[in-house]
Design a protein around this ligand. Sequence first.
Ligand SMILES: Nc1ncnc2c1ncn2[C@@H]1O[C@H](COP(=O)(O)OP(=O)(O)OP(=O)(O)O)[C@@H](O)[C@H]1O
Ligand SMILES: [Mg+2]
Length: 144
Amino acid sequence: MPEARAFISARALPRRSHDRALEIIGKGKTKVAYALDERVVLKVGPPDRIAKQARRLRRLERHGIPVARVILSGDGWLIQERCELLDVPDGVTDHLGDVALARGFFVHDLHRRNIGWLRGQWVILDCGALGRRRTKRGLAPVQA
Ligand SMILES: Nc1ncnc2c1ncn2[C@@H]1O[C@H](COP(=O)(O)OP(=O)(O)OP(=O)(O)O)[C@@H](O)[C@H]1O
Ligand SMILES: [Mg+2]
């Protein structure tokens, strides 16, 4: 991961990133998240899954939906803002889904393990496919 290494050096992230095993902060069905420091994580997984994750999160970000931003991505890895992993209260998942829907997206696989706390708000750190929905101006997505 030469680009990831360049990022680590440029940001003066701890050398342990190169030298020692990184701390694992999360494991999903396909991806493993490692702490680079308090601010950023490195995620590693099957290249197609990583590529999809990066693409979806960037798309949501462009539409103003709260996400943990993907900073850099490559073949089978990405670097992402690190969230706090707190207990996600009831209603947060639905709320984020509604925010996305209001901006035209139905977010699949939005569950507690895919939500984190970042800069004072709940954000999506991972999701499934994005369904395009017409916004409220057009046919209402759920009510239609
Ligand atoms: N940016 C992040 N900040 C903090 N923790 C994270 C971050 N990204 C992932 N994690 C942790 O790592 C776990 C797995 O990451 P992610 O959801 O991206 O992988 P996954 O394999 O798609 O998971 P699943 O398939 O179970 O949804 C998350 O549930 C979370 O606990
Ligand atoms: Mg996940």
